[in-house]
Design a protein around this ligand. Structure first.
Ligand code: ZN
Length: 94
């Protein structure tokens, strides 16, 4: 093998290594260790697939739910106001 192609092969291997490392890092981001059995589970799971232990999904905050409900209520009221406005507008055009 010539020196040039040898070098090229090595670069290719390095690139492949980097790609694998990147992929693994990406996978790891979504992986949590179960506190009950120590096995891997995915971060959005609320229950360990191995031991059925309770997991806290990453980013989950009890506060979030209350805020979400408030946002939903506000959106509903805004939608209602818009609907009433449209109805009033349409009926006033007649
Ligand atoms: Zn578990």
């Amino acid at each position: 093998m010539s020196k040039l192609s040898e070098e090229r092969e090595q670069k290719k291997a390095e690139r492949e290594d980097r790609r694998i490392a990147k992929r693994e890092a990406r996978m790891e981001k979504h992986t949590v260790i179960c506190p009950h059995c120590g096995k891997n589970a995915l971060d959005h799971m609320t229950e360990c697939p191995h031991c059925k232990g309770k997991l806290t999904p990453r980013g989950y905050q009890p506060m979030e739910e209350g805020r979400l409900k408030k946002i939903r209520t506000v959106l509903f009221l805004v939608g209602l106001a818009v609907a009433i406005g449209v109805i009033v507008l349409v009926s006033s055009l007649k």
